[in-house]
Design a protein around this ligand. Structure first.
Ligand code: SF4
Length: 705
């Protein structure tokens, strides 16, 4: 009998989507953590293949400066010299940081602290800008602060689940399994999506609307609810401002159901059915994702959804609320620490009264910038112009993921110093790096993440650091010490960073009234941090001892605005900026597929994940295929706004696409398919409020190859 001890399984979290599933992991295998409240033991195909992605082939294992492997001392000096030189010659605003929802909260916190608190640059943004910044902006407008009011349990408690712009079956698979279970138990599901998807198969009603018309649909709903006497006037009177203005705006935009149906290209009867179900069902959850957010009107679309929930008093109640499905594993954590260009730290904004003094005092430095920095697309434009002299990119691949990829690559090529910290040696972005810093990956790094339902969970290491790999918080702190900020960056481990983050959030909550209160976690011992169970913020210490989380926010009708009242927002209808034309007659929808993650630098290592879709493809309606002369399995070439950079993919002819619209996956990069970059087809146009690019709506011409 084998008497050797079982290898210890480590309770950690999946590094992919915002569901934030708990994983029991060891080097040779993973399984779902039965005790984790996000997934109760379930994993999707990506999560269950995590152990197959742990090979170190292709990893960046040592620091490199202009192509040469160097020691950490040399690399850290090179980074700090470049930053110090740029600050001395051009000012702090010549240095920028581009972060990632893949970073752990501790990494994010230290990066934001160094950039804004000590270097003094406001230019700190993140790939979360591409993912959910419209939802962030809408939350702030409606609730006063960026937060998802509900929790995953609400998907099981709701009697009506509305999924808007979300293919959750592929993008949030384990949460989708909870939705499926709810549907099997008799709950209704409405899917609002221009495409037929794996998710729409669940729908009792699928509204396959014209792309970009979601605001009209929800404005129409608000006007119809009012007309039918189905709003909760008592709730509006007691807890909300702005109803009359929002209603009048909705009535102007969507004066009748037939007009809504005409503008959205839907059947009148289907729109009426949706509206009637919504009116009849107090327990309604509306979940929305990138199909709503990635738009020039993304913030307004989110607010149009939230308006209907406020008008019916369905916020923060069991089984009722608007629910932003976050794309990345720690987009929420990045928002918490202030890793967006328009925030400072701990949910405090540039215009939060007393915020600057509080943060400067807490960090013992007064370098904080005066005004917000540049958001992702504008940030890379500033790099292109030469205004940014040093750009530090952490854990993301903007040469693939930002819109107008050729322009982003030009910007990177022009930038005097590009620093990239990454797990992988060769990505489309590392190719532009002057300085490469080897970062710890999943299984090696240690810290916390926050999922879509505000649940903070530990992500733990169970592997040694290979080569000269280091955690992000470590290398950022080491650079800070090189720059002379040593006292403020003397962390011994991620627990030190987390305690500081929690203490700052707790202080901010007391002094400025922010709802992101983590005071219950600020005194965790190292052992308590190691064993921290998943918990939803705000996390406070009740007088009787222990800590308590918060499943739902605003249940009492008190919001995070200065007067405690929620705000309905007047939303106008803005159609997509990229409209089809004679030269580019097709609408391009870009999105995720089931088995790949982002730019595939990790998921491509698990060969079975390629069996679902093994190459870039173009889904096209049969009528369009016939007209263009395309055949199933042949190759097609899409030429977008930049005709010089086409997208080439395998043709898949399917009735899932509306006529005049095609779908392409976002995952392939130049590394895996030189002509498979979906971002070549998307122009760099953004929502004026959130700065989020219109990544769901390009235009192109399609020809057989
Ligand atoms: Fe990971 Fe998301 Fe799948 Fe859960 S649903 S296992 S978090 S990819």
């Amino acid at each position: 009998m084998d008497t050797r001890p079982e290898p210890a399984l480590v309770a950690t979290t999946c590094p992919y989507c915002g569901v934030g599933c708990g994983v029991m992991a060891e080097p040779s295998g993973v399984h779902g953590n039965q005790a984790h409240p996000a997934n109760f033991g379930r994993l999707c195909v990506k999560g269950s293949a995590l152990h197959e992605t742990l090979k170190t082939d292709g990893r960046l294992l040592e620091p490199r400066v202009r192509g040469d492997a160097v020691s950490w001392d040399t690399a850290l000096s090179a980074v700090s010299d470049a930053i110090a030189d740029a600050v001395a010659r051009f000012g702090p605003g010549s240095v920028a940081f581009y972060l990632s929802g893949q970073l752990l909260t501790e990494d994010y916190f230290v990066a934001n602290k160094l950039a804004k608190g000590f270097i003094g640059t406001p230019h700190v943004d993140t790939n979360s800008r591409l993912c959910m910044s419209s939802a962030v902006a809408a939350h702030k407008r409606a609730f006063g602060e960026d937060c998802v009011p509900g929790c995953y349990e609400d998907f099981e408690l709701a009697d009506l689940l509305v999924l808007a712009g979300s293919n959750a079956a592929w993008a949030h698979p384990v949460l989708y399994q909870r939705m499926e279970a709810s549907h099997r138990a008799g709950r209704r599901v409405v899917v609002i999506d221009p495409r037929k998807t794996a998710t729409s198969e669940l729908a009792d009603l699928h509204l396959q609307l014209k792309p970009g018309t979601d605001t009209i649909l929800f404005n129409g709903l608000l006007a119809w609810l009012n007309e039918q006497g189905a709003v909760d006037q008592d709730y509006l009177d007691a807890h909300c401002d702005g109803y009359q203005e929002a209603l009048e705006s909705a009535q102007r935009a969507a004066p009748s159901v037939s007009e809504v149906a005409r503008q959205c290209d839907l059947e009148v009867a289907d729109v009426e059915t949706f509206y009637q179900w919504y009116a009849d069902t107090p327990r309604t959850v509306t979940a929305f994702s990138q199909g709503i957010n990635q738009s020039v009107a993304g913030t307004d679309k989110c607010n149009a959804i939230i308006n209907c929930h406020l008008a019916t008093g369905r916020v923060g109640k069991p089984g009722a609320g608007p629910f932003s499905l976050t794309g990345q594993p720690n987009a929420m954590g990045g928002r918490e620490v202030g890793g967006l260009a328009n925030t400072l730290a701990a949910h405090m904004e540039y215009d939060t009264p007393g915020a600057r003094e509080l943060i400067s005092g807490f960090w013992g430095n007064d370098a904080l910038p005066e005004s917000p920095g540049l958001k992702a697309v504008d940030l890379f434009e500033a790099v292109h112009r030469g205004d940014i002299r040093v750009l530090w990119i952490m854990g993301t691949n903007p040469a693939v993921s930002l819109p107008d990829s050729p322009r982003v690559r030009q910007a990177l090529a022009r930038c005097p110093t590009v620093i990239v910290s990454d797990c992988m040696a060769e990505t489309d972005t590392t190719a532009f790096a002057d300085i490469l810093l080897p970062a710890a990956g999943w299984g090696e790094k240690d810290g916390t993440v926050t999922n879509s339902e505000r649940r903070v969970s530990r992500q733990k290491s169970f592997l040694p650091l290979p080569g000269d790999v280091r955690p992000d918080w470590w290398m950022i702190s080491a650079v800070a010490r090189e720059l002379g900020y040593g006292d403020a960056f003397s962390y011994q481990g991620p627990a030190d960073v987390f305690r500081e983050h929690a203490a700052l959030c707790g202080l901010a909550s007391v002094r400025t009234g922010t709802i992101l209160d983590l005071s219950g976690l600020q005194n965790l011992s190292d052992d308590e941090y190691q064993g921290l169970e998943p918990i939803q913020w705000p996390v406070r210490s009740p007088s009787g001892g222990g800590i308590s989380g918060t499943p739902r926010l605003f249940s009492d009708g008190v919001f995070a605005t200065p007067n405690g009242r929620a705000r309905l927002v007047s939303v106008e209808t803005a159609l997509p900026a990229q409209q089809p034309s004679g030269a580019r007659p097709l609408v391009v929808n870009a999105g995720r597929i089931r088995d790949q993650w982002h730019t595939m630098t990790r998921t491509a290592k698990a060969s079975r994940l390629l069996s679902h879709r093994s190459e870039p493809f173009i889904e096209v309606n049969p009528e369009d295929a016939r007209r263009i002369g395309l055949s199933e399995g042949g190759l097609g070439r899409l030429s977008g706004h930049d005709g010089a950079s086409p997208y080439v993919g395998r043709i898949r002819i399917t009735g899932n696409q509306r006529q005049g619209e095609v779908f392409v996956p976002i995952h392939w990069s130049g590394q895996f398919a030189s002509q498979g970059l979906a971002s070549n087809l998307i122009a760099a146009v953004t929502d004026p409020v959130s700065g989020q690019p219109e990544s769901k709506h390009g235009t192109a011409e399609l020809k057989p190859l």
